[in-house]
Design a protein around this ligand. Sequence first.
Ligand code: NAP
Length: 325
Amino acid sequence: MPYFKVLITRRLPTQLHRLEEVANVEVWPERQAPPYEVLLEKVKEVDGLLCLLTDQIDQQLIEVGKTLKVISQMAVGFDNIDIPTATARGIPVGNTPGVLTDATADLTWALLMAAARRVVEADRFVRSHLWQTWEPDLLLGPDIAGATLGIVGFGRIGQAVARRAKGFNMRIIYTSRHRCNPELEQSLGVEFADFASLLQTSDFVTIHTPLSAETFHLFGEAEFALMKQSAILINTARGAIVDPDALYQALRTGEIAGAAIDVTEPEPIPTDSPLLSLDNLIITPHIGSASRPTREKMANMAIDNLIAGLRGERLPNCVNPEVYQ
Ligand code: NAP
């Protein structure tokens, strides 16, 4: 067995023994991602790269990585990687689908409930010593039970959110590239809708598509104009699916009632972003998959993909299986 060289772009929440049996492993030790120029130098010498969504794996980087046999990303999304270039060079790219579905759906649900019931505002209210008595109209929000939930992108996470919504007696509508089969629709208690009618009728809209050329700024001025003034938007997918300027205007002018987002464009959100001034917006720092067991599973899956790629075996989870044709 040849001894390979791999780079891991951050410390992982798991043991590396299995990988160290087949490769000489360099782990970038900093809290911040390696700067692009550093990555560009390091990638010239490695057989495998285990990267995160904060690493820009573009055409130039893939082309200078002459010895690269595999790129393994510790995330389900891979919009930071130039897949066509990797495919053209015959390099399989791995990701970690499935193991983070429930954790991300849970955070989506936490954000939906926190935005509806104004949990973050209420906490700030108490800590600002403003709580004086029980008031009939203090911090009121909408009901969740009986409300209509619109799910945009009905894959693994979208469906896991639907399962949670069912337990809350919501009416659930979804839009996606493909309509799912009637048995699945029936078991989840969901109805298919076109994008415009979903926006017009939903009390809560939650985004679960990947970021792609098609979904970039899918939510802009026109879409917020279609939504109910009482609606709340949740985004735990990718920041750039929502135009941040349009979101700011919609929240500031009351075109929609509130939003809760785990992802921003760019990340991290600039400290002078006007979005940070809004009380009707909750922002978390991209923690959708951040449960301890989930992150460990993601790291192990990424290592499995990496080892398979080094050995010339098919990756257990490959986003560009065309490389095997
Ligand atoms: P998935 O199973 O691939 O589901 C994505 C769904 O979106 C698919 O049903 C897909 O349809 C649909 N879709 C794609 N393009 C669309 C479009 N233009 N309009 C409408 N629907 C479209 O992926 P997943 O595992 O649910 O993950 C979804 C995304 O969540 C990931 O790509 C990632 O960016 C994000 N994510 C974020 C976090 C976080 O930490 N906040 C954690 C995990 C995932 P098809 O089946 O036709 O392709």
